[in-house]
Write a protein that binds this ligand. Structure first.
Ligand SMILES: NC(=O)c1ccc[n+]([C@@H]2O[C@H](COP(=O)([O-])OP(=O)(O)OC[C@H]3O[C@@H](n4cnc5c(N)ncnc54)[C@H](OP(=O)(O)O)[C@@H]3O)[C@@H](O)[C@H]2O)c1
Length: 534
């Protein structure tokens, strides 16, 4: 078979690699169909088409977080232990239809790290953690946990799960999986050599000047041992290797190029909120052209820039989107004819070694002969200017610092503090779980509610730091705080307690809620920030 025909088949015919199939991409495509317009929770918040993972989505706070996020137009992945319960609670008993719903329901047990799979974390840009070791009244509760949700009525409690396993190790597991497989760290993984992502490289095939009658010849393959030493993400140190021979042998004006290019990606990449792409490579001293296409036309306009590499040295090649030049064929598009780059629909990536830059100018480092570019990963990155909004919002509990605190009068403390030991160290392990989040380096918000009630939202809130306050607060308000935190740079890296100013003895109804202006959560976070800074 001629090389020109082989090239044609690579991009238009059956896939030339085995493994990752188009089917999988098609499934994620359908999940994103409803999202023609990305909805952002806050100015410049790069959630775009990204997914918010809600753990404990069948819980009192968790289920409210899910519906608030959906109301805001975000994609939500509800992580639950019991699928039937979740479907009944979150989706009218039916499995959500990926084509029309932004909700997905996934099952996992956070105590079991292996159940937190790459698929569960794929595309996750933020996590709202609402899990907790289950506490129930000893005398037995109803199926719908009516006694538990009564909140401020005291029943002798018992724990069903181990707080150490759920509130500490479980949180540790979620954090680790979100960092490893998700996009919570401010970068979006596009191509990487870790086992969970390796199939994605199948999007690429080589495309050389043979299509124009030239003689250059390249291949792109995954090569064990080629990767960067010490890179934990690549067992056997696998890396992608783009190599071959580039030549102007036949003297064609447009010959002398070789490239690796993706097929048209389906769905297109949404890089909204990111500042550029970063390639981890070991080059050969050649200057490569990095090309992105925001149109699905094969030969339509593209956006590109020339990037030099060092010979034999691992380095990050950063390609800010602002540095890309719009090009039609080999000619730069005149400024007056330029359209803005459509960041939310990047259909193809291409890496090219060519004799020419643009407009007939030559690539200054070009020479005929062999070349080799080793690629470890390609990711989109946020700039330093991007707002640092929380990527891990966690519902903990007031009282976590009180067990064992000198001078504490146990009789005056809430039951969880008094009974911490009897309840398996429930608060002690919640604090350890919090510590994991604070030490993770991710922007976080840790909300420590006082006693939770099923009362109406929009209670007047009182926030504090230092873990001394007591009182009640509605689950609705806690859920609203958690969702608001995702959009609020001021909420980053805060740990605070919250209660309402309504005393235990006074009920808070929908009528009360309607009489007061809706709480501005931005101000709530600013207030906490003020207290932390004191
Ligand atoms: N109750 C209070 O007065 C009070 C006061 C202060 C703070 N808090 C804290 O506030 C937070 C939210 O409370 P809440 O009332 O919403 O809690 P909740 O209704 O008990 O919800 C806990 C959720 O965690 C899930 N979960 C437990 N273990 C899990 C595991 N291993 N893997 C996956 N999911 C798991 C549960 O799933 P299942 O549905 O399958 O059981 C449930 O959805 C909790 O941390 C709670 O401790 C509560």
């Amino acid at each position: 078979m001629g090389r020109a025909l082989r090239t044609f088949l690579s991009f238009n015919g059956p896939r030339f690699f085995t493994g990752r199939s188009n089917k999988k991409r098609a499934a994620s495509a359908s999940a994103a169909i409803a999202l023609a317009t990305p909805v952002q929770l806050g100015a410049n918040l790069p959630l775009g088409h990204g997914v918010v993972l809600v753990t404990g989505a069948t819980g009192g706070v968790g289920r409210r977080v899910v519906s608030l996020l959906l109301e805001k137009g975000l994609r939500v992945r509800a992580l639950v232990r019991n699928e039937q319960k979740a479907l009944a609670m979150l989706s009218a008993g039916k499995r959500p239809d990926p084509a029309s719903s932004r909700l997905e329901v996934v099952t996992a047990d956070i105590r079991d790290a292996a159940s937190l799979t790459p698929e569960i974390m794929e595309g996750v840009v933020a996590v709202v953690g609402c899990t907790a070791a289950i506490v129930q009244p000893k005398t037995g509760d109803s199926e719908d946990r009516a006694k538990y949700y009564q909140g401020i009525v005291f029943y002798e409690p018992e724990t069903l799960d181990s707080p150490e396993e759920t509130d500490y190790k479980g949180v540790q597991n979620v954090l680790a999986a979100a960092r490893k497989y998700g996009d919570v760290g401010g970068t979006k993984k596009l191509y990487s050599c870790s086992p969970a992502f390796i199939d994605r490289w199948q999007d690429f095939a080589s495309l050389d000047d043979v299509v124009m009658g030239g003689r250059s010849d390249s291949k792109f393959s995954l090569v064990p041992g080629a990767g960067e030493e010490g890179n934990d993400d690549s067992p056997s140190r696998i890396a992608g290797v783009f190599e071959g021979v580039v030549t102007t042998d036949r003297g064609f004006a447009s010959g002398g190029f070789t490239s690796m290019r993706t097929r048209n990606l389906e769905p297109a990449l949404d890089l909204t909120g990111y500042e550029g792409i970063r390639l981890r490579v070991k080059g050969d001293g050649n200057t490569y052209k990095i090309i992105l296409r925001d149109s699905d036309q094969w030969d339509g306009p593209s956006w590109s820039t020339m990037v030099p590499t060092k010979d034999g040295i691992w380095e990050d090649l950063e390609v800010p989107f602002a540095s890309l030049i719009p090009v039609a064929r080999t000619r730069s598009i005149p400024p007056e004819q330029r359209q803005p780059f459509k960041l939310d629909s990047v259909f193809a990536l291409q890496i090219m070694l060519s004799k020419f830059a643009y407009d007939g100018e030559e690539n200054p480092t070009y020479k005929n002969g062999p070349f080799k570019l080793v690629i470890q990963s390609i990711e989109a990155y946020q700039g330093n200017q991007a707002p640092r909004t929380p990527r891990y919002v966690h519902i903990s509990s007031a009282g976590v610092e009180r067990p064992g605190r000198p001078g504490i009068v146990l009789e005056e403390e809430p039951p969880a503090v008094r009974m911490n030991d009897m309840l398996g160290g429930i608060l002690t392990y919640k604090l350890k779980g919090e510590d994991e989040i604070r030490g993770s380096g991710l922007p976080y918000t840790i909300i420590r509610p006082c006693a939770l009630t099923e009362e109406a939202p929009n209670m007047p809130l009182l926030v504090d730091v230092g873990d001394t306050i007591k009182g009640k607060v509605s689950r609705d308000d806690v859920a609203r705080l958690a969702v608001a935190a995702l959009a609020c740079p001021d909420a980053s890296d805060l740990t605070f307690e919250v209660k309402s100013t309504i005393p235990f003895s006074q009920a808070w109804t929908e009528e009360d809620a309607a009489k007061v202006p809706s709480t501005d959560m931005t101000k709530v976070f600013a207030e906490v920030k003020g207290k932390v800074g004191k």
